[in-house]
Design a binder for this molecule. Sequence first.
Ligand SMILES: Cc1cc2nc3c(=O)[nH]c(=O)nc-3n(C[C@H](O)[C@H](O)[C@H](O)COP(=O)(O)O)c2cc1C
Length: 206
Amino acid sequence: MLSPTQIAAELIEQRQTLLPKRLLPPGPDEGQTALIVGAAAAAPDHARLLPWRFVRVPQAARAALADAFEQALVLRDPLALAAQREQAREKAFRAPLLLLAVVRLAGGEDPPTAFDEAREVPDAERIVSAGCAIQNMLLMATAMDFGSSLTSGKALQSAPLRKLFGLGPHEQALCFVNVGTPGQRKPGRVRPTPAQYLTTLEPPAA
Ligand SMILES: Cc1cc2nc3c(=O)[nH]c(=O)nc-3n(C[C@H](O)[C@H](O)[C@H](O)COP(=O)(O)O)c2cc1C
């Protein structure tokens, strides 16, 4: 039997990006989706602001998302060819479970929080909290043998997408969270080693 440490290490190691084109139906059912979304709630959250939210995009809303992707492309490139527009649209239809991750940046609390302006939880902390929530969801999806990925792109900051998702003035779309049945697994990537990202602070010389 695996120890909790072994289970955690295996789960973390097993998670890998499987892009939406490799994520097939069936996606998580309602119970599985509730577990995946519920995992986000365990993220660290300074001052318990809940500075992030997720918007699920069901199949019935995918055509509207495709419209927003296409409009975003045309705004960036009015001369976009029909094939490029179709490519932009197609991205809306891929992952069986598709969620948009949204963060509420500093200044967006209504009514303002007990924190005074000078002590307001800064954007970086809010985005870190959102990242922790997202990783919890990815790990939960991995534990259920689903493939998953995050996707971003220029359309995320576009007016058509902001309008479709009803983003407030202090909200920012971070990325899409994609989940589905893995079509074809990739070989695991070589991960960086702690030597590449860990140093130890030397006490100052006396
Ligand atoms: C916020 C965020 C957005 C991302 N957006 C994309 C994307 O648009 N396209 C893509 O191929 N990968 C995207 N990625 C995934 C990274 O490319 C991927 O995590 C990285 O290559 C490491 O691979 P791994 O997740 O399998 O370890 C994104 C990752 C993050 C954290």
